[in-house]
Every structure is written in C-alpha cells, then in structure tokens.
Design a protein around this ligand. Structure first.
Ligand code: DAK
Length: 254
C-alpha cells in the first residue's frame, strides 16, 4: 500500500493533519496540496473538531518548501495553475471556521512557511528553522508570503528575509512575533495539544466569529472593521453558549 502524503488523526476534539513526505522533508507537491484541502474541509465539516493542528512527520522538517523537483520543468501557465492550487490551501486555512495551529517541528521554508503564516497560531520546536529562500531559486514567495510576513513583522524586516533568502531560528521567530511559543522538540506536540485543548474548551461560535472579525478586520479600515465586529458580536446572542455562559456567571454572582 502506498503511504499517504498527508495524514489525518482525531484526538478527542482536535484534528491533527501531518505532512508525510519525510524523505523529501515534507515538500509540497500537487498531491499534498489536493489532499490537504480535502482534509482541512473534513475538519471543517466535523462538528466534533474544535481546533486543527498542522505538523510535519519525522524530526527534521515541518515543510521544506514547495517541491522544487516538481516545479523545475513548469512553464508559466503550469506555474500559475500550481500557484492557484497553493492559494486554495492558504485561503482554506485562513477562512476555516476553526482555529488552526502550526506545530513547527524543523525546517519551515518557502511554501511551508507561507502555510504556517496562514495559520492562526504557531508553536515551534527549539530546532526549527524558518525562511523564505525562493530568491535563491530565481522565484519569489507565491503563497502570500510577501504579504503575510510584513503584516506580522513589518515591511523592512520582511524585505530583508525575502531579499536575502536567509534562515532564522525559533528563538528569533518568537522574538519577531512569528511564533507564539517555543518548546523542546520532544514536548512540542504535547504542549501544542494543551494549547489546542484550552482553546477547544471555548465556545466554537465565539472562536469562529473572533477569527473572522480579526482576519477580516485587520485587512480593512477601522470603521468598517469595528462595524463588522459589532455584527459578529450581535450574532453571538443567537447562540446557546452565550445564554449558558452569561447565566452561569449570573448564578455564580448570586
Ligand atoms: N523540494 C523537493 N525536495 C526537497 C526539498 C524541496 N523543497 N527540500 C528538500 N528536499 C529533498 C532533498 O532533495 C533530499 O532528497 P534526496 O536527495 O534524499 O532524494 C531530501 O529532501 C533531504 O534533503 P537534503 O539532503 O537537502 O537535507 P539537508 O539536511 O542537507 O538540507 C535543507 C536541508 C532544507 C537546507 C535543504 O534540503 C534545502 O535547502 N531544501 C530546499 C529549501 C527551499 O529552497 N525551499 C523553498 C522551495 S521554493 C507559489 C507558491 C509557493 C511557492 C512558490 C510559488 N505560487 C503559489 C506561485 C514556494 C516556493 C518554494 O517553497
């Protein structure tokens, strides 16, 4: 039986999606991208799943980028079609109605870094290495890396990483605000699971609307964003979780 290139596992209410091409440092090819979209939608449609974790198999890489061997013979039209598939992945992560955490367990380069940047939170092992090395291949980050990185760390710092293709480590990624937490490699998954469970214990409707308000709101002007936030806030009042949550508080006060 051929090995699946992306694995799916459900632990309680957390879905763990694992890039599984360790021999190629989990590089992203067409098969991976298509499977990843399918599995993200599986998680989206499973009501039991509250949080999704993306990680890489093996102890060396989260994802070492798009598969260079697959890309090297493409013409412009094929590259465009390839790019559009990759965009569907980042759009799916970004718009998924549940928090997505990247648990980065090694090299997180190129397209891998771009997928991690589309996630809501990022945790990393101490040995993780980050970078957008596309410039070394005569191309550029094509899955919104040139857009999401500057939004996180500022234009000048992001330009330096894109222009030089240089790598940086987990400590630097944390200091730059790319990564939320850094853990020893052996505890990365446990710690990430604990973070995921803490989030999973909250109202799924609140989480979905908080994500939408923050992702959309930070991409528009403050007035529009604040009005959208009000709509999200108001929608919560149609949920049982709002009624239960407030009732519980009021009863405790009594
Ligand atoms: N693609 C294909 N194979 C890869 C790979 C990759 N990105 N990275 C590693 N591998 C393979 C290696 O070829 C090797 O395979 P075998 O030779 O054993 O068959 C195996 O994984 C182990 O790699 P190494 O032997 O090189 O391992 P080392 O520890 O010596 O080095 C490394 C690790 C991560 C420093 C090195 O493998 C490396 O530099 N890899 C390439 C990193 C890279 O340049 N990544 C960026 C790729 S470009 C777009 C969307 C996205 C993108 C572009 C456009 N559109 C939407 C338009 C993204 C582009 C990229 O990501």
């Amino acid at each position: 039986m051929t090995e699946q290139v992306v694995l799916y596992e459900k632990k309680e209410n957390i879905a763990i999606i694992t890039f599984n091409r360790p021999g190629a440092l989990n590089a992203l090819n067409t098969e991976v991208n298509l499977k990843l979209i399918e599995l993200l939608l599986t998680a989206e449609n499973d009501e039991e799943v509250k949080v999704v974790i993306l990680t890489g198999s093996g102890n060396k890489a989260f994802v070492a980028g798009a598969d260079i061997k697959e890309m090297m013979t493409m013409n412009s039209m094929q590259a465009r079609a390839h790019a559009l598939k990759a965009k569907r992945v980042t759009d799916t992560i970004w718009n998924l109605g549940k928090p997505v955490i990247a648990a980065i367990n090694g090299f997180c380069l190129g397209g891998g870094m771009e997928y991690a940047l589309a996630c809501d939170l990022r945790t990393a092992s101490e040995n993780a290495k980050f970078g957008l090395p596309e410039v070394n291949l005569g191309i550029l980050p094509g899955s919104a890396g040139t857009q999401r990185l500057p939004r996180l760390i500022g234009l000048a710092r992001a330009k330096e990483y894109c222009f030089t293709g240089g790598m940086f480590d987990a400590k630097q990624a944390c200091e730059l605000g790319i990564v939320n937490h850094v853990y020893p490699a052996e505890s990365l998954m446990n710690e990430t699971m604990m973070l995921a469970q803490k989030i999973a214990s909250k109202s799924p409707h609140s989480l979905k609307l908080i994500k939408a308000a923050m992702n959309r709101g930070t991409e528009t002007d403050l007035e529009t964003a604040a009005l959208f936030e009000i709509d999200c806030f108001s929608l919560c009042f149609s949920t049982q979780e709002q009624k239960d949550g407030m009732k519980k508080f009021a009863e405790k006060s009594k």
